[in-house]
Write a protein that binds this ligand. Structure first.
Ligand SMILES: [Zn+2]
Length: 270
């Protein structure tokens, strides 16, 4: 018995050692990069990260804080395991990253300080906000895009979102999906993602069309824009709207039910 327990402990130790050792080098690279950014912030007199100086007179104010994220962008990884995603986000040649990765068993990996900019959303727009990378926290959920998300994942996600919402005072309407902010270019998180459950918990908004009757002159496209979608390409905007709000409907156009939903949502998102 003792021998067996010893073996189990040893095996556990080796597995743990191997896992932490795997990222020793990239963790060092993270620290070096973070130190370089800290040095930019400490520079006196002021010059910004592009090395620009805007005035000869430097008078430091006493009243300031760090810039904070005001959006959360949710993704699915489109990969087959958390290990695969951690590897992808620690290889410089990929140039992609996220602040958090949530595995199928609910484990959360924190990969980047919330106040730093991850390369997750790419070219993006929500309302009048562009470059969401500069204003959002990016969360990747381990999922290949064709399967349901696990309860453990969604439970971990809801806890994490609650912390982010409280810490940075992020409005409910500003919890969005990658497809929402990059219509036509992205479709994640997929139609399997439980947006209604999230909205019930205060992350994103949801509709109730029970007593809704849009007026005859109601403009559904304009409503899409009010909700936040970039409507430059109407077809793409509708596709992203449907992935998020009517996942069971894979048709291309807006029907009467969609018009009701958009009428209701446009009042909530405005
Ligand atoms: Zn994505």
């Amino acid at each position: 018995m003792i021998k067996i327990s010893g073996l189990i402990i040893l095996t556990g130790f080796l597995v743990l050692g191997c896992k932490t050792g795997q990222y020793t080098e990239t963790n060092k690279a993270y620290k070096t990069q973070a130190k370089e950014f800290a040095a930019v912030l400490k520079k006196y007199p002021l010059s910004d990260s592009a090395g620009l100086n805007y005035a000869n007179s430097w008078v430091g104010t006493t009243n300031f804080t760090m810039r904070r994220p005001n959006f959360v962008v949710i993704h699915h990884t489109a990969q087959n395991s958390c290990d695969q995603t951690l590897k992808t986000f620690t290889m410089t040649k990929t140039q992609v990253s996220a602040h958090y990765v949530i595995c199928r068993d609910g484990t959360v990996h924190h990969m980047l300080h919330d106040l730093l900019r991850a390369h997750q959303a790419g070219v993006s727009k929500w309302g009048n906000a562009t470059d969401l990378n500069s204003s959002s926290v990016g969360i990747e959920i381990d999922n290949n895009g064709f399967e349901p998300f696990t309860d453990d994942q969604i439970n971990s996600l809801i806890i994490l979102l609650g912390r982010l919402k409280r810490a940075y005072n992020i409005p409910s309407a500003n919890f969005v999906g990658h497809a929402d902010v990059a219509p036509g270019r992205k479709v994640d998180p997929s139609r399997h993602f439980p947006w209604k459950k999230l909205a019930d918990n205060g992350f994103g908004l949801w509709y109730d069309t029970a007593k809704v009757q849009p007026p005859a002159d109601f403009n559904a496209l304009l409503a899409l824009r009010i909700v936040g979608y970039d409507i430059k390409n109407e077809k793409n905007a509708i596709q992203s709207f449907k992935i998020h709000f009517t996942p069971a409907d894979s048709t291309a156009g807006l029907n009467e039910a969609d018009r009701k939903i958009l009428y209701d949502l446009s009042k909530k998102y405005q």
